[in-house]
Design a protein around this ligand. Structure first.
Ligand code: GDP
Length: 298
């Protein structure tokens, strides 16, 4: 879509544009492949995915006698698609009522904003939503959610001060009483340097399981695309503590590091539920690998 294309402008420039100038210039040779390698690394595809992509290209170049820039670009687009396609596993919010989504991420990753966007997304599907303001470390996060909830007619369960686990416990009980379809449970963010401090968030997960046996049904980690390769460490740290079942990658619009999706797919694959491509309420989109690749190369 045009929106996605616009959102991915910078990665497009880095990858697509970089490639266009590379391919436009001359015939395919080892030098060109080396420059291509640098381009992929700069788009944050990571060493592993970059090597894989180059391997594919080299094989096809020799075997299929690729000659034109178009052919090489098409081959690269297909190879990239093959890498990230397994991440495309849309979230099905059904089978549990309430369906509890626990949302985690470091401070500034876009957690609170994404919760607002997700609430809208589910409401648009005719589902009722309740927000649990479990980020009790940051008063501003609670305020932000409450203001947002008032404006959009979404119930927010919050508690001044208080303990995150207690807030989320109350929220789940309220959701059950009101027959709410989806609970979005915010959790306290932490600094990227505090990835070892996971006790509190692990406790929140246990409390959810107590309040709603079988829950949480989704443990969603929000990642800022700007952190590039550091995303891998965040996925691993959160996964170890709380068992991540889905990802949201935000701020793909502001960055040239969109290649990070390839790195995630190769090195710590998790279902990529949504991507954030802007600050607007509709700028959170279900991830579709083909659309993503087309937006980069078309
Ligand atoms: P939190 O600390 O993780 O709760 O982060 P916030 O939700 O407060 O977001 C931090 C900043 O990132 C805010 O200024 C958001 O508007 C911005 N943001 C979040 N998602 C996106 C996105 O997809 N694109 C852009 N451009 N900005 C975003």
């Amino acid at each position: 879509s045009e929106r996605l294309k616009a959102g991915l402008a910078r990665t497009r420039q880095q990858l697509g544009g970089g490639l266009a100038s590379l391919f436009g210039r001359r015939r395919i040779d080892e030098d060109l492949l080396e420059e291509l390698e640098a381009t992929l690394l700069m788009a944050d595809c990571g060493v592993e995915a970059t090597q894989h992509l180059l391997g594919e290209l080299r094989t096809r170049w020799k075997r299929d006698r690729l000659e034109t820039a178009d052919q090489l670009q098409q081959t690269l687009a297909d190879a990239l698609h093959a890498i990230i396609a397994p991440l495309e596993q849309p979230l099905e919010v059904s089978g549990h009522s309430p369906y509890i989504i626990m949302i985690a991420g470091v401070n500034g990753s876009g957690k609170t904003t994404s919760i607002g966007k997700l609430a809208k997304y589910f409401q648009a599907q005719g589902k009722s939503v309740l927000l649990a303001a479990g980020d009790t470390f940051r008063a501003a996060a609670r305020e932000q959610l409450m203001t947002w909830g008032e404006r959009n007619n979404v119930t927010v369960v919050a508690q001044e001060g208080g303990d995150a686990a207690a807030v989320i416990f109350d929220a789940i009980n309220a959701a059950r009483a009101r027959k709410v379809d989806v609970v979005l449970a915010d959790t306290a963010g932490r600094l990227p340097t505090q990835l070892h401090l996971m006790d509190e968030i692990a406790k929140v997960k246990r409390v959810i399981a107590k309040a709603e046996p079988g829950g949480p049904h989704e443990v969603m980690l929000v990642l800022d695309a700007n952190i590039g390769q550091n995303a891998l460490a965040q996925v691993q740290a959160f996964d170890k503590a709380i068992g991540v079942t889905g990802l949201v990658v935000t701020k793909l619009d502001g960055t040239a590091k969109g290649g990070v999706l390839a790195a995630i797919a190769r090195q710590c694959p998790k279902p990529l539920r949504f991507i954030g491509v802007g600050e607007g309420i509709d700028d959170l989109q279900p991830f579709r690998a083909r659309e993503f690749v087309d937006a980069l190369f078309e």
